[in-house]
Design a protein around this ligand. Structure first.
Ligand code: TYD
Length: 212
């Protein structure tokens, strides 16, 4: 199949509270205005492995950190390859897909607890099957992210969260440096109003969608 007929694959990344889900929706709107056939998706997925991950994240199941990292890698492969709405087929069929999180989330979140090289190796098949045409990192100060997600949380919870998100942000930047030249990553200053950030996101990907 020629490059021209395949869709594009775009990944939005960021720490919790960085505004990814809003920006995914705004980007999809912009693409539709351009006449681009597109859809949005997210990880963890709504599939069976994603459901298990959510049970672990809400404390209904427990698992070792290495197992959780493995589950996310498996969820990602299911996201790509499942026979219902697998992304690989959709992109090959000409649909542009925008995902809220992809493997850089694994590199950043899991490498706080386990070796980053191991996490990258564990996701190698996904990277080989479908590497994003663009990964956009919405960079926000941890304090701002905490304000956004802060409602209904205790001081202690927020304190723990601040430490964790600071570590995750550092791991994202470490992963981008490590994969420079392999991955196409744009770091965007997302400490601005929603429309300004949307403009910055569009500026980073618009070259992939030349006006016809
Ligand atoms: P969720 O609330 O569904 O998404 P978001 O915070 O983006 O709105 O939770 C996703 C959580 O899962 C988030 O804290 C990051 C984490 N995560 C990982 O630890 N590893 C991964 O590979 C992915 C995709 C997400």
């Amino acid at each position: 199949m020629s490059e021209k007929t395949a869709g594009r694959f775009l990944a939005l990344e960021g720490i919790d509270g960085s505004g990814k889900s809003t920006q995914v929706q705004l980007l999809l709107g912009r693409l539709r205005e351009r006449g681009v056939l597109c859809c949005g998706t997210r990880e963890p997925t709504d599939g069976p492995i994603g459901a298990m991950i959510r049970q672990i994240m809400t404390g209904r199941l427990t698992a070792d950190n290495r197992v959780i990292a493995g589950l996310f890698a498996a969820d990602r492969l299911d996201h790509l390859l499942n026979g219902r709405d697998g992304l690989l087929r959709q992109v090959e069929d000409g649909v542009t897909v925008v995902t809220d999180r992809y493997y850089f989330s694994s590199y950043a979140y899991h490498s706080v607890d386990v070796d980053m090289g191991w996490v990258i190796d564990g996701n190698r098949l996904s990277a080989e099957l479908l590497r994003p045409d663009a990964t956009i990192f919405l960079d926000v100060p941890v304090r701002l992210a905490l304000d956004r997600i802060g409602q209904n949380r205790s001081h202690t919870e927020l304190f723990e969260k601040e430490d964790r998100l600071t570590a995750v942000r550092a791991k994202y930047l470490e992963a981008f440096a490590r994969l420079e030249g392999v991955e196409r990553v744009t770091v965007i200053d997302a400490d601005a109003d929603v429309d300004t950030v949307a403009e910055r996101v569009w500026a980073a990907v618009s070259h992939l969608f030349p006006a016809v």
